[in-house]
Design a protein around this ligand. Structure first.
Ligand code: PGA
Length: 227
């Protein structure tokens, strides 16, 4: 069985002090009761302001979590005021979400821009986690990891059923043979995560709200690793 991805998306939350407290709490939970690291690939996607601090905390504590971005610039390094290029975070993160439904909705991101983002990510050796909100959406060729996140399930407490998510994942894999992993996002919690880990075509989950408290996220990881 390949390891199961758990990708925590913090969105636009947490001051620096809150992020450090999260890490300290997570660290103490991990030290008391480590989850099975063979079974999980754990990725946290915090805001840019937390990346450098988190990278050093992870290095010092040797906790098996990796860092990802919530989004990446469609532009290279250069005169692009306000942007953070993929190259700038090289060495700090290994993954980046691209095309999250909130980016598409609030920032009007569309396919041409998303394709540029994927190119920039790849050039900087970041692995894109390409988000689609339905199975008929286009997926750029370079993407191997895809997140299926139906909009109506995000932040609503009404997740898609694991049966349906599994069928969507299976069809996505058939339609896009280069995609190796499909993860599911939308109201994933410690209580329901086990229903997704048991499915043949679901390779991970993308919790938002359930990643914001260290103890909730930790419980989610324990439940995911147990099944
Ligand atoms: P949620 O977010 O877990 O809070 O529903 C999921 C997502 O952003 O894909």
């Amino acid at each position: 069985m390949p390891p199961f991805y758990v990708v925590g998306n913090w969105k636009s939350h947490k001051r620096v002090t809150e992020a450090v407290s999260w890490f300290k709490e997570f660290e103490s939970l991990w030290q008391k009761n480590p989850f099975n690291i063979q079974k999980l690939i754990v990725i946290i996607c915090p805001a840019y302001i937390h990346l450098a601090t988190f990278a050093s905390l992870i290095q010092l504590s040797r906790i098996p979590i990796q860092l990802g971005l919530q989004d990446v610039s469609a532009y290279p390094s250069g005169a692009y005021t306000g942007e953070v290029s993929a190259e700038m975070v090289n060495g700090l993160v290994k993954f980046t979400l691209i095309g999250h439904s909130e980016r598409r909705k609030f920032f009007k991101e569309e396919e041409t821009e998303l394709i540029e983002k994927v190119k920039q990510a790849r050039q900087a050796q970041l692995e894109p986690i390409y988000c689609v909100q339905s199975e008929d959406m286009t997926i750029p060729q370079e993407c191997k990891i895809v997140a299926y996140e139906p909009v109506w399930a995000i932040g609503t407490g009404h997740p898609d059923t694991s049966d349906n998510a599994d069928q969507v994942a299976s069809r996505l894999r058939q339609k896009h043979p280069r995609v190796t992993t499909v993860i599911y996002g939308g109201s994933v919690t410690p209580e329901n995560v086990a229903s997704y880990t048991q499915k043949a075509h679901i390779g991970g989950v993308l919790p938002g709200g359930a990643s914001l408290e260290a103890h909730t996220f930790y419980r989610l990881l324990l439940n995911a690793a147990r099944t």
